[in-house]
Structures are given as structure tokens and as C-alpha cells.
Write a protein that binds this ligand. Structure first.
Ligand code: KG4
Ligand code: ZN
Length: 440
């Protein structure tokens, strides 16, 4: 049975596979936005004893899990055979080489056997498009977005924490994951300009490392968030790297009270860059100082207070820099994505801040913040539609509305060459940039 889109025409369905790190994931996505199935086999329990992802263990577990995960994703979407679909998408970087290879090789095999096109997807582009996905029958937030396009709607309607993004450009994207922290200006579908990135640790990496210092457990982000709930953020003062003091009256709209004056991004070349390793070192120094003073830094309340202070410092920087870039580039919407976008304080602080500025804000629903394959299916659809300057057009089927819109849209000024057209030439690059031709 073929799926239909809301207009009643056959949907363009992509089977997507994601194995870049420690989640074995497969999904079926219709027309780049509607999730028909989304399976994620987590390896968290396997890696917990190592306190982080153990690459060789991760790739071996992908080998064990991948076939069942793909079969389940197909069954959930009522797809009896891969040939019923329109394309296969797979993450081919960045990520752990051994993990990526498992997904890429399965995708190559499926594409070769079924004759379907194979679309390689950059993992970070997948995170971006997690903001375009929805699960129900219609993207509710888009309806709101078109209704309030002239600024007439209330702040609460304009700020959509969990809604899917509409196609309003330029959009500002904050990618915050375990391996990346990047501010990207999205000028159109698949058209990006990198504004800034971390000079050292990624935001998620800092959460993970601080959690390890405080012995809060793995994975670190959720552990810090949980500990911070019973912590007092104002007990310890931690630095906000690459930020400068602001006026007291311009306090950041943090959900928890902060005793610090607000901070503003530094000016100059690092205005949109981030740095988190100094913040992690400040936590380490604070713990050493507490131990010298014979206070137990890992005592539950103290650890919670440090976790809360760290979380607030990280959120201050992330929201402050994003708001600064949003104002500088006059964007029409802000999207936050990647594992750290699941952080409750980040979501609340960003919501408050952008509501005040009257800018629509999108964060994916929690289950799409961390690694999943649905986001890879979404990115693949838009990549095929826009970056390749040819809309998806399954043989013998009518073009869907989205595809027609893609064909009529302004062609990419500088078409991005996909890494490979030939399945067997598709390779894995451990440090693939978001887009090879990204313009600074
Ligand atoms: O996007 P993701 O699943 O994988 C990468 O592409 O890296 O992000 C994983 C990162 C980890 O560092 C994890 O600690 C962090 O996202 N994370 C969080 C939260 N949930 C996951 N960080 C802060 N607060 C959370 N609630
Ligand atoms: Zn990720």
C-alpha cells in the first residue's frame, strides 16, 4: 500500500539509515517531512561502563543490530519490500569510521539490489532537517507560521518550541551535539554559511566531560540536567568564554535566577565562535579549590550546584551568541538542533529570549534531538530536491507539490556536487564538513 501525502498524491518515501556514532537507526520518511517510522537501537548501556563511546564496540554492535532495525522500520511503515520505496539515504559522515561503514555498506547493498537511488547525507545536515519533521498528519506549527507571517500573532504562537520549521529564510541554525557546535546561516534549502564554531570542545562534549569530573554518570548531558534540577546555579560563578560583561539591567532571561550580570558576545573574529574547554577547566579548578578547603566537591548538593552553575554558563553562551547572530543577520527564524537541544534550560532560555525578540524559534521534539534516522531521510529529500537541482520524481508518478515547488525555486547558484553518484564509489569521511562548498 503506497502512502499518500495530504494532497492525496503518492508520497516520495525514503528509507534512511544512520550509524554515525552509537545509535543504530532506520526510518521511513514521506516527502521529506512526515515520519512513517523511526527506529533507534540505543547502545547507551553497552558504553556506560566505559564512560563514553568505545568505537570498536559501537561498530560491532551496529553489525549485530542493523538488519533488525531496518526490518522493523520498514514493517512500522507498512513497507513489504524496499523496492516499494523511492530512495535510500545514509549518513556518510562525519562520525566514527567503523560505525559509518556499517550503515553505508548496508545502504549500498540495498540500493544496488533494488535499483533505488542512494543519497549520501551529512550528519549535521540531518540534525538541521530534524526541525522540518513532523509525526502527525500536518505540520501544525507551519500553519501557525503562515498565519502569523506579518507579525500579527501573539508571542506564544510565534515561538514554537517543538513545532516543525517552515521554509523561511534566512534562518539561523545552532547545531549543538556531542561532536559539533556551529552557528550556521541557512540562506535557503541546502545553502549554508558557517558563521562560527567551537575552537575546542563541542558543547555536548563539555557536558559529558563535566559530568565525568563530577561522577554523575553517562551520558553526561542528561546527567548534568538531572543534577542541576536540585542545584543552586548562583552558588558558584563560572566563566562565559568568548563573552564580555554586559549591563546589569540586560540580564539574560534564564529560567533559574543568576547572580551574574548578563554577558554579551565578544566582538571581532571570535564573535560567533565558541570555546568550552576553559569552562570545563574552570569546573576542575573549582573542584580542586573545594577539595583544598576540605569541602567534598562530589558531595551530592555541591555536585548539583556545580552542575547547575555549569549548565547556566553554557546556556548563557549558546543563547547569547545565537541571539547576537540572529540580530546581525536579520533572520526570519531560529532553529536549534543536535543532542544538546534536548536540554531543558537551553530550550526555556531560548524560548524566553526569542519570544522577547519576536522571532520564531524551533527545537525538535525531544526524540529527534539526539541521533536518529528520520532526520537523515528529511535531509536526503531536500538535498535531492535542491542541492542536486532536480526534484525527486519517481517514474510513472506525478510530481508532488513539494517537488514542483523545488523545481520552480531559484536554482542553487553554485550547485553542490554530491560526493558520489555511483553506489560503490560512496565513501566514508571521518571529518566531512557540513557542506564541502560552505562559504564563509
Ligand atoms: O546529536 P547527538 O545525539 O550525537 C552527536 O551527533 O554528537 O548528541 C549527543 C550529545 C551528548 O554529548 C549528550 O551528552 C548531549 O548530546 N545531550 C545533552 C542532553 N541530552 C543529550 N546535553 C545537555 N542536556 C541534555 N538534556
Ligand atoms: Zn548527532
Amino acid at each position: 500500500m503506497s502512502s499518500t501525502n495530504t494532497g492525496g498524491s503518492p508520497a516520495y518515501r525514503i528509507l534512511a539509515i544512520e550509524t554515525s556514532c552509537d545509535e543504530t537507526a532506520a526510518a521511513v520518511v514521506a516527502d521529506g517531512r512526515r515520519i512513517l517510522s523511526n527506529r533507534v537501537a540505543s547502545q547507551i548501556e553497552l558504553h556506560r561502563r566505559f564512560g563514553g563511546v568505545y568505537p570498536e564496540v559501537a561498530s560491532r554492535q551496529h553489525v549485530l543490530a542493523i538488519q533488525a532495525v531496518v526490518e522493523d522500520a520498514l514493517a512500522d511503515a507498512s513497507v513489504a519490500h524496499v523496492r516499494e520505496l523511492d530512495a535510500i539515504a545514509v549518513t556518510n559522515g562525519p562520525g566514527l569510521a567503523g560505525s559509518l561503514l556499517v550503515g553505508v555498506n548496508l545502504a549500498k547493498g540495498l540500493a544496488f539490489a533494488s535499483g533505488l537511488p542512494l543519497i549520501p547525507v551529512n550528519h549535521l545536515e540531518g540534525h538541521i532537517y530534524s526541525n522540518w519533521l513532523y509525526t502527525g498528519s500536518s505540520p501544525v506549527s507551519d500553519l501557525q507560521a503562515s498565519e502569523d507571517g506579518n507579525g500579527s500573532a501573539s508571542d506564544s504562537a510565534r515561538t514554537q518550541r517543538s513545532g516543525s520549521a517552515s521554509d523561511q529564510f534566512p534562518a539561523l541554525i545552532l547545531i549543538v551535539s556531542g561532536g559539533h557546535t556551529e552557528l550556521v546561516l541557512m540562506e535557503g534549502h541546502c545553502r549554508y554559511r558557517l558563521l562560527g564554531s567551537t575552537l575546542d570542545d563541542a558543547a555536548g562534549e563539555a557536558f559529558d566531560k563535566v559530568a565525568r569530573l563530577l561522577e554523575l554518570g553517562y551520558p553526561g548531558g542528561p546527567a548534568i540536567q538531572a543534577a542541576a534540577e536540585s542545584g543552586e546555579a548562583g552558588r558558584f560563578h563560572l566563566p562565559r568564554p568568548l563573552m564580555r560583561p554586559g549591563r546589569r539591567t540586560e540580564r539574560q532571561p534564564d529560567a533559574q535566577a543568576s547572580s551574574l550580570p548578563t554577558v554579551l558576545p565578544v566582538r571581532g573574529e571570535h564573535r560567533f565562535n565558541f570555546s568550552f574547554s576553559g569552562l570545563k577547566t574552570a569546573v576542575l579548578n573549582l573542584m580542586r579549590q573545594l577539595e583544598r578547603e576540605e569541602a567534598e566537591a562530589r558531595q551530592t548538593q555541591t555536585a548539583s550546584d556545580i552542575a547547575a552553575a555549569f549548565q547556566m554558563a553554557a546556556v548563557d553562551v549558546l543563547v547569547g551568541k545565537t541571539a547576537d547572530a540572529a540580530a546581525e543577520f536579520g533572520v526570519k527564524q531560529v532553529c536549534i538542533c543536535g543532542g544538546v537541544s534536548a536540554n531543558g534550560l537551553l530550550r526555556r532560555a531560548a524560548e524566553q529570549h526569542f519570544a522577547k525578540l519576536g522571532l520564531p524559534l524551533h527545537c525538535p521534539p525531544l526524540f529527534l534531538c539526539t541521533d536518529n534516522a528520520a532526520m537523515i531521510g528529511a535531509a536526503a529529500y531536500y538535498r535531492q530536491s535542491y542541492a542536486m537541482a532536480r526534484p525527486p520524481s519517481p517514474a510513472g508518478r506525478e510530481h508532488r507539490q513539494d517537488a514542483e515547488a523545488a523545481a520552480q525555486s531559484t536554482p542553487h547558484e553554485d550547485p553542490i556536487e554530491l560526493p558520489a553518484r555511483d553506489y560503490l564509489a560512496l565513501d566514508v569521511y571521518a571529518s566531512l564538513p557540513l557542506v564541502d562548498s560552505m562559504r564563509r
